[in-house]
Design a protein around this ligand. Structure first.
Ligand code: DC
Length: 237
């Protein structure tokens, strides 16, 4: 079999800690990180530059806008650029977050994102995070992980990150409501592969999540090495 690059696919719902975990895992094992959600966000940001009135958006226009986005390697990651401009901060903003589910439901956008991510895996070992990386995009990924966490805990973590302090219960309750609504909007896209390893991070630190995934990757890649060594020895002579 021709050599193929290793793909570690990490899927899960919003605010399950996928992207930061994937980034950290990638650094630990020397792979590059690809955040597929950032591509959906970049397509949304590119379209918002043309029109902020979502009710007028057509699938064709959004896909045209997405063509202005390039995914380029940067450090140990890939970053989406719009017309050559780094837009990392804009991508996490409220405006993009409000519109991105609609964009992510468009078939041509999904095909465009999937092509970009597969392209990244052509020349790199990658850790990729998203909703359907272990199913639609890389059904034969080397390792598949599905991260889940209790919605209250996901909301609390997100607020700690946003506010830089411990949120009070009323704030967490409000954010939990928003998260559950987003989960519902993204539900069709969020699929756990049958052969994915489920990790519930509700009671894990980020370090523990990362350690588990690194251990899984090492176990699987070492097993593959051993198998190919056995295959090599099995020839005549
Ligand atoms: O993970 P995130 O919040 O950055 O994702 C942004 C949006 O993109 C969200 O609406 C879910 C969607 N998405 C998707 O449909 N498929 C993916 N593989 C990744 C993200």
């Amino acid at each position: 079999m021709a050599h193929r690059h290793v793909v570690v696919a990490i899927d899960g719902p919003a605010a399950s800690g996928k992207s930061s975990t994937a980034q950290w895992v990638a650094q630990r094992i020397g792979f590059r990180h690809v955040d597929s959600g950032a591509l959906y966000r970049a397509a949304t940001a590119a379209q918002l530059r043309r029109s902020t009135n979502e009710s007028n958006w057509t699938e064709e226009q959004v896909c045209e806008a997405a063509r202005h986005v390039k995914l380029l390697p940067r450090g140990t990651s890939f970053s989406p650029l719009i017309d050559g401009e780094n837009v990392d901060d804009e991508l996490r903003g409220l405006e993009v977050t409000r519109h991105v589910s609609r964009v992510a439901a468009m078939e041509c956008v999904r095909a465009w994102v999937n092509d970009r991510v597969r392209e990244a895996a052509r020349d790199n070992d990658i850790v990729v995070d998203g909703r359907d990386m272990g199913t639609a995009v890389f059904p034969d990924a080397t390792v598949k992980v599905f991260l889940v966490a209790d919605p209250w805990e996901r909301a609390r973590r997100r607020l700690v990150q946003q506010l830089g302090r411990s949120p009070v219960d009323e704030e967490i309750a409000e954010e939990t409501g928003r998260l559950v609504q987003r989960d519902a909007r993204d539900a069709t896209q969020t699929v756990q592969a049958k052969d994915a390893i489920l990790i519930d991070t509700t009671f894990l630190t980020q370090e523990e999540q990362v350690e588990r995934i690194v251990a899984l990757v090492r176990a699987v890649t070492q097993r593959e090495d051993t198998t190919s060594a056995v295959d090599d020895d099995s020839g005549p002579g």
